[in-house]
Ligand binder design. Structure first.
Ligand code: ARG
Length: 612
C-alpha cells in the first residue's frame, strides 16, 4: 500500500464574511421569502435578467406553480394572480424600486437607483473582491496544459493552458481554492527509446548540462525513427522500459534528465503567459494504480479481453482498457489513480480537465467507471464531488486546416509568442512615432507593453469564442484595435484612465461624496451592467465558459462608450468619475494569484501609448 501525505483539511465553515453575492442571488433571497409565505413547500426562485422595457429582472415561477396546482384546491384564479401574490409578498427592501406583473405572471423587478449606486460605491471602497460570487464549492482541481515530455507542446496545449488558467483565476476570484495541476505525460513506453538513444548519442550525458540534447523534438523524432527501423534498437528500448519501471538507477537518472530538459521548455511558455501550475505528472500516480485497480477488481468490474484487462462501460460499445496486453498501465489507469488521489488525498470537490474535444470519450468512459465503483454520485443529483471535462475545438490556419507552419511543422509556441510580441511592438512604435511620443519611452517599457498587448491578444482571441468551436488563428485580427479584441479592451481601459486623469478629480476624495447619480439612461445602463459582474463570473464558472466573461467585458466597454458619447464629460457630475473608475476596476480586475501588479503597470503604460 502507498503511504500518503496528510490530507489537507477541507474547511467546514466558509469564510463568507458578510458577502452578499450577486444581484441575482440577492433577489433570489427576497423572492424565496415571498414564495415561502405563499406556499407550504420549498420553491427555488427562477430569476433572470429581463428586457429593459419591462424592468431589470424578472421572476418566472408563476406559470410552473400554476401547472403544479392544477386540479388542486387553490385560492389562485390564474398564473397572473400567483405573480401578483409573489410581488405583493416581497419583503421590504432597499434593493427594489418597483415591480409589475405581466401576462402569465412574470414579476418584473426594477432595482432602485440608490441601491445600485450604493452597491458600486461599496466595491470602490472595499475592492473588486466585494463582487465575488458565492459558489457552493470550496476546493477544486483544474488539470490543464499537461503537455507530453519530449514531444511538442503544440497549440492544443496552448489552448488548454489559456483556458485552464482563466478558469482557475475565475474560481480563485470566487474564493475557491484551486489546485492547478500540470498532468504532464512523463511516463510510458516512449521513454525506453529516448533513454537508449540518449545513451548512444550522448555517452557523457550525465555530466553535460541541460543543453546536452539540444532540440528535444528532433531528438524524439530521431529515436522514433530508429525504433521503427532498427529491430535491435527496438528490443533494447523495450528492455529499457522494464529497467526504468523497476527503478534501476541509471535509467531513472536518464529519465529525470529528459524530463528536466522538457520542463525548462514548458516553463518558458508559462513564464511569458504568467501562468502558474504545479506539476504532478503521470509518473506521480503510478504507484497508486495497483491499489486503485484492486478496488475495481473486488467489485468484480475487471474483465479479461483479448489479453488485456478492461472495465466495461455502460453506454459504450468498447471497454476501458486499464492494463495493456503487455501488462503495462496506460492513460486510463493513470487517470483513474489520479482521480482517486484528487478525491481522497487532495479532497477536491470539483475536478476539471481541460483538453481538446477529441478526448471526450476517454473522459466520459473513466468518469463512468468512477461512478460505477462508487467514487462519484449520479450526475443527475447535481452534488459534489463532481468531474467535468472542459473540451475545446481546434486552432485553424488561414487555409482552414489545422494550424501549422509553412513547412507543415507543428508551430512552436515560443516562436508564436515571439511573433505576437514583435508585431505588437512594431505597431506600438509606429503609433508613438506618429504622435511624436516615442522619445518618452524607454526600450524596456516598449517591451513590457508589447508583451502585455501581444500575449493578451493571443489569450483573448482564444477565450472570446465558445471554447467548443474551432477558431482561426490570425495575428492581424487579434492585434486589431477595433472589434472584439484584447487591444480594443486595453484601449478602452486606457481611455477611461486617461479621462479620469485629465479631469484632475481625486478619486479618493470623491469616494467620500454622496452616491453616484445615475442620471442619464445610458449612465444607469452602465451602472446596472457593472453590478451584474458577479453573476456573470458565477455563470462563467458554473458552465466553465470563459467567453461569457469576455462578452460581458466587451459589452461593458461599449456601454461606457455609449455613456461617454451621450453625456459630455464637461457636464459630468463629479460622481460620474466614480462610475468611470468602477468601470476601469472591473475591466482590470486584478485577480492574479500572486497579487501581481504587472497588468496594472502595463495598462498605465499602454494608456500613454494610446492617449494623452
Ligand atoms: N498529456 C495529455 C495530452 O497531451 C493531456 C492530459 C490531460 N489530463 C488528464 N488527466 N488526462 O493530450
Amino acid at each position: 500500500s502507498v503511504s500518503t501525505t496528510a490530507p489537507p483539511e477541507v474547511p467546514t465553515t466558509r469564510t463568507d464574511r458578510d458577502r452578499i453575492g450577486s444581484v441575482k442571488q440577492q433577489l433570489s433571497r427576497l423572492l424565496k421569502e415571498s414564495l415561502q409565505a405563499l406556499f407550504p413547500y420549498e420553491i427555488e426562485p427562477l430569476v433572470a435578467a429581463c428586457q429593459a422595457k419591462f424592468g431589470d429582472y424578472q421572476c418566472n415561477n408563476a406559470m410552473g406553480l400554476w401547472s403544479q396546482l392544477k386540479g388542486k384546491p387553490t385560492e389562485f384564479k390564474n398564473p397572473n394572480s400567483i405573480g401578483q401574490a409573489i410581488a405583493k409578498n416581497l419583503p421590504q427592501s432597499e434593493v427594489i424600486e418597483s415591480t409589475s406583473v405581466a401576462g402569465p405572471g412574470f414579476v418584473n423587478i426594477t432595482l432602485s437607483n440608490k441601491w445600485i449606486s450604493k452597491h458600486i460605491h461599496n466595491m470602490l471602497v472595499n475592492g473588486i473582491e466585494e463582487w465575488a460570487p458565492i459558489l457552493s464549492v470550496t476546493r477544486a482541481v483544474v488539470d490543464f496544459s499537461s503537455p507530453n515530455i519530449a514531444k511538442e507542446m503544440h497549440v492544443g496545449h496552448l489552448r488548454s493552458t489559456i483556458i485552464g488558467d482563466t478558469l482557475s483565476r475565475m474560481l480563485e476570484f470566487s474564493n475557491v481554492e484551486v489546485l492547478r495541476r500540470n498532468h504532464v505525460g512523463d511516463w510510458g513506453t516512449q521513454f525506453g527509446m529516448l533513454i537508449e538513444h540518449l545513451f548512444d548519442q550522448f555517452p557523457d550525458w550525465e555530466d553535460a548540462g541541460d543543453q546536452a540534447i539540444g532540440d528535444l523534438q528532433a531528438f524524439y523524432k530521431a529515436s522514433k525513427l530508429r525504433f521503427d527501423q532498427e529491430p535491435a534498437f527496438m528490443a533494447r528500448a523495450q528492455q529499457a522500459v522494464v529497467r526504468l519501471q523497476s527503478g534501476e538507477d541509471k535509467y531513472r537518472h536518464a529519465w529525470k534528465k529528459i524530463c528536466e530538459i522538457s520542463r525548462k521548455e514548458f516553463d518558458l511558455v508559462y513564464q511569458r503567459l504568467q501562468v502558474q501550475l504545479e506539476e504532478k505528472g503521470e509518473s506521480f500516480y503510478n504507484p497508486y494504480i495497483p491499489d486503485v485497480l484492486e478496488e475495481f477488481n473486488k467489485e468484480g468490474l475487471i474483465k479479461e479481453s483479448d489479453g488485456a484487462r478492461v472495465v466495461e462501460i455502460k453506454g459504450h460499445n468498447i471497454p476501458l482498457i486499464v492494463i495493456k496486453r503487455d501488462g503495462g498501465y496506460n492513460y486510463a489507469s493513470t487517470d483513474l489513480a489520479a482521480l482517486w488521489y484528487r478525491l481522497n488525498v487532495e479532497k477536491a470537490e470539483w475536478i476539471i480537465y481541460v483538453t481538446d474535444v477529441g478526448q471526450q470519450q476517454h473522459f466520459d468512459m473513466f468518469f463512468t467507471a468512477a461512478r460505477t465503483v462508487g467514487w462519484l454520485p449520479d450526475p443527475a443529483k447535481n452534488t459534489y464531488p463532481k468531474t467535468s471535462h472542459v473540451g475545446f475545438g481546434l486552432v485553424l490556419g488561414s487555409d482552414g486546416k489545422r494550424f501549422r507552419t509553412r513547412s507543415s511543422e507543428v508551430v512552436r509556441l515560443v516562436e508564436l509568442l515571439d511573433e505576437a510580441k514583435s508585431r505588437s511592438k512594431a505597431e506600438l512604435k509606429k503609433r508613438l512615432e506618429d504622435n511624436g511620443k516615442i522619445k518618452d519611452w524607454k526600450d524596456d517599457e516598449l517591451d513590457s507593453t508589447a508583451e502585455a498587448i501581444g500575449y493578451g491578444a493571443v489569450k483573448y482571441a482564444d477565450l472570446k469564442n465558445n471554447r467548443l468551436t474551432n477558431y482561426t488563428f490570425s495575428f492581424d485580427q487579434m492585434l486589431n484595435d477595433k472589434g472584439n479584441t484584447a487591444v480594443y479592451l486595453l484601449y478602452a481601459h486606457a481611455r477611461i484612465c486617461s479621462i479620469i486623469k485629465k479631469s484632475g478629480k481625486e478619486i479618493e476624495e470623491l469616494k467620500n461624496l454622496e452616491a453616484i447619480v445615475l442620471g442619464h439612461p445610458d449612465e444607469r445602463a452602465l451602472g446596472l451592467h457593472l453590478i451584474q459582474f458577479a453573476e456573470i463570473v458565477e455563470e462563467a464558472c458554473s458552465n466553465l465558459l470563459p467567453n461569457v466573461l469576455c462578452e460581458y467585458l466587451y459589452n461593458l466597454s461599449e456601454m461606457f462608450t455609449r455613456f461617454y458619447t451621450s453625456c459630455q464629460v464637461s457636464q459630468w457630475p463629479a460622481t460620474s468619475f466614480l462610475l468611470a473608475r468602477s468601470t476601469a476596476s472591473v475591466v482590470r480586475n486584478r485577480w492574479a494569484p500572486e497579487k501581481d501588479r504587472s497588468m496594472e503597470t502595463a495598462a498605465s503604460r499602454s494608456s500613454r501609448g494610446f492617449d494623452e
